[in-house]
Design a protein around this ligand. Structure first.
Ligand code: NAD
Length: 264
């Protein structure tokens, strides 16, 4: 089996990375950063997001596992004290794979029929470059509302505990193939109106944002923010691809929610 390890880059994570690499090589596993079967992320959720984006081209062939060197993460749920156990599990046991849905983002531009496509593990957000974001929101090809406000966030079920939660969105179990649209400070008064509640869309529905006046937007996909100019539309849906996590022990999603947000 071929493995790769990504580290957050701090001393603690780097030391742990080197230790795990040595142990796994001792078990005759092959270190391959280009085509790994398993990617171990050492750091936090941000490190796993980074690893995910590095290997989005081979999601069907790569499984991820996260070790946290700070606080308990949603994707990084192994602690440094457990790495010997984890290494033996990786080397010796056929692991179970669980799959979580992703959000697909397709940005189309005004000229030339050009489009770009991204996959998000947590969410994608759209904000104006300056001032208020004004966009028409279509759901399943039908006009739904004209949004005015700070921005819009489209999250995955596993990302529903991240930015989405801070926006008042619901926590969705990752076994539900859906995306959630949440508002960031919408303007609501006698003149302007939005639904005001987060919307959960099933896998076969699309949500498309269309510019009303300005054509340039800040689009973030997880931790990566990009400026897109001359935008014609931004379409979101549940991606066909999924992220695969290597599971060596049960750690139910609701327990992770409890331990992260309620009590340890
Ligand atoms: P970061 O390291 O500052 O991460 C922010 C926090 O989000 C960390 O505590 C991390 O553990 C947590 N986190 C990440 N994914 C999570 C998930 N799925 N469930 C629960 N908590 C999660 O920043 P980063 O590494 O650049 O991470 C980018 C993420 O930060 C984005 O995907 C977004 O979800 C999140 N974010 C949150 C807010 C907010 O809550 N207001 C604002 C911007 C970005």
């Amino acid at each position: 089996m071929k493995f790769a390890i990504t580290s957050k880059g701090d001393t603690k994570s780097n030391t742990l990375m080197h230790k795990m690499k040595t142990y796994l090589l001792d078990f005759d596993l092959i270190y391959d950063e280009e085509q790994p079967d398993i990617v171990i992320s050492v750091g936090g959720d941000g490190t796993l997001l980074y690893a995910f984006h590095r290997y989005t081209g081979r999601l069907d062939k790569t499984a991820f596992v996260g070790v946290h060197t700070g606080h308990l993460g949603f994707y990084a749920d192994w602690v440094p004290e457990e790495i010997e156990k984890l290494v033996i599990a990786i080397a010796k046991t056929p692991y179970q794979v669980i799959e979580y849905p992703l959000v697909e983002v397709i940005i189309r531009y005004q000229h030339g029929g050009r489009e770009t496509r991204y996959l998000g593990l947590n969410e994608s957000t759209v904000k104006a470059v300056d001032a208020t974001l004004v966009m028409d929101v279509d759901i399943r090809g039908q006009h739904f509302e004209r949004f005015r406000g700070d921005g819009l966030c489209v999250s995955t079920p596993s990302g529903s505990t991240a930015y989405n939660k801070a926006l008042g969105g619901a926590i969705l179990h990752p076994s539900i193939p859906a995306i959630q649209l949440a508002e960031m400070a919408s303007i609501n008064n006698k003149v302007f109106r939005t639904v005001g509640s987060p919307l959960v869309l099933p896998a076969h529905h699309t949500c498309t944002l269309k510019p009303v006046n300005k054509l340039d937007f800040q689009v973030a996909v997880d931790h990566i923010t990009m400026l897109h100019k001359d935008v014609k539309s931004i379409q979101f849906r549940v991606a066909d691809e999924k992220i695969r996590f290597a599971r060596f022990r049960p750690f139910p999603f609701w327990k992770r929610v409890h331990d992260s947000f309620v009590a340890d």
